[in-house]
Ligand binder design. Sequence first.
Ligand SMILES: [Zn+2]
Length: 150
Amino acid sequence: MHELSVTQNILNIALDHAARAHARRITALYLVVGQLSTIVDDSVQFYWDIVAEGTPAAGSTLHFRRVPAELECRECGARFGLGRDTFECPTCGSARVQVTAGEEFYVEAIEVEGETEGESGAPGAEAEAEADETVSSPASPPGDDDPSGK
Ligand SMILES: [Zn+2]
């Protein structure tokens, strides 16, 4: 269940940023998930409700943004997406391809509710914290760095 540790990681990042922003509550998190990432949105959401309970992040919403995979051929330099079952280069047929995008998983932004005490008529002022922190998650690049080549 590696989503649990990943989710715990996200929570730590969120709480850290909320504390630095003197936020009272975390209302939303924006996560970027690469197409090749092994992260399952539903699992993260499931664990999130559990680990966030009792913290300022309780009840916050997770937003997932999927990033399409991009591959680059090491032989001919062609760049292509993942539209097929194979990782081979569509231009020259080489298997020496490199994943240039699609494995990422990180917190893009955190939406928090600021302190309201002392404020006049502005309850729940919204602030957005730039997070951009990569969550450590063991990714297994498929077909990357195959020494046998072709
Ligand atoms: Zn190629």
